[in-house]
Design a protein around this ligand. Structure first.
Ligand SMILES: NC(=O)c1ccc[n+]([C@@H]2O[C@H](COP(=O)([O-])OP(=O)(O)OC[C@H]3O[C@@H](n4cnc5c(N)ncnc54)[C@H](OP(=O)(O)O)[C@@H]3O)[C@@H](O)[C@H]2O)c1
Length: 275
């Protein structure tokens, strides 16, 4: 078990919590040296300590992955410390919960860019190093990257654009031998501290989802790691996720009708509660 990723170096963006942290732990358990990342240095240092206490080889690099310069620094610090990069998991993301009509343009930009540039810039900065190792780049998407959803316009637009970027990478960079994979994550248990952005940039609690449909962070992490190991191109997580993808593909009008109806019901309820 420990030998699968022995001598491999993995960067996991957005790994100071949630799925990113679980993926970092999963890769480390299988022998990888890991680089954890997030913007908040303090949070990152706490996670670094926790992982070191578990006996893992960890480097923590605080960097905003929407900035190319910061991504270059992330890669440079990794190579200075570990000598190479084998795996890049593009996991960091911000999410939101409000209608497009209400959404402040700056908040749209923030959420959209965290999902688009936040994936594109680390990939660009890692490319020269990954060409040497013919490693794996994973894109962490969502069911929201398959179909637009209400109260999630910037997140859905960001996640859906990852599909196009992943396809371009697979075609353009096929000759490099780098594996490019995408993972569409379904409903997952969240850290209690996880927050979404509201229309005016306030951090608000995450929307409630049926517990029965949620996977644990460890289940998601182990599916991401399996995709890297098997160099799989595309993975959709959970039975619910696979059924959803199938329905989206074969019954697009029914899907649109259902989502519109549910959204209008929710809006009417909110309106009558506000009176
Ligand atoms: N949880 C779910 O139900 C679910 C469902 C579908 C898909 N996903 C996807 O799975 C991935 C992980 O989700 P999660 O729920 O585990 O997220 P999370 O708990 O909110 O963690 C997000 C991580 O990203 C970091 N981050 C955010 N913006 C960043 C930036 N600009 N630069 C560097 N780091 C940044 C955060 O740290 P700082 O705040 O310190 O920067 C944090 O470590 C995301 O791509 C998400 O879209 C999640």
């Amino acid at each position: 078990m420990k030998s699968t990723f022995l001598n491999k170096v993995a960067i996991i963006t957005g790994s100071s919590g949630g799925i990113g942290k679980a993926t970092a732990i999963g890769l480390a358990k299988q022998g990888a040296s890991i680089v954890i990342n997030g913007r908040n240095q303090e949070k990152l240092e706490l996670v670094k300590k926790e992982l070191e206490q578990m006996g893992f080889d960890v480097l923590a690099v605080a960097a905003d992955i929407t900035s190319y310069e910061e991504c270059e620094r992330l890669m440079q610090e990794t190579v200075n410390h570990f000598g190479k990069i084998d795996i890049l998991v593009n996991n960091a993301s911000l999410t939101m919960d409000d209608s497009f009509e209400n959404l402040h343009p700056d908040i749209f930009t923030k959420v959209f860019l965290s999902n688009t540039l936040g994936t594109i810039m680390p990939t660009k900065a890692a490319l020269p190093y990954m060409k040497l190792t013919k490693g794996s780049v994973m894109f962490i998407s969502s069911l929201a990257g398959m179909h637009g959803l209400p109260a999630g316009s910037a997140y859905c637009a960001g996640k859906m654009s990852l599909t196009a970027f992943w396809q371009s990478m697979r075609i353009e960079l096929n000759y490099t031998g780098i594996h490019f994979g995408i993972c569409y994550v379904s409903f997952t248990q969240n850290d209690a501290s996880k927050r979404m952005l509201s229309s005016d940039g306030k951090l608000v609690p995450i929307q409630k989802r049926p517990e029965i449909l949620k996977q644990s962070q460890e289940q998601v992490a182990s599916a991401i790691i399996k995709s890297i190991k098997e160099r799989r191109a595309k993975v959709v997580l959970s039975v619910f996720g696979n059924i959803t993808e199938w329905v989206f593909r074969y019954f697009p009008r029914l899907v649109m009708f259902t989502i519109v109806s549910l959204n209008e019901k929710k809006m009417n309820l909110q309106e009558s509660n506000a009176k």
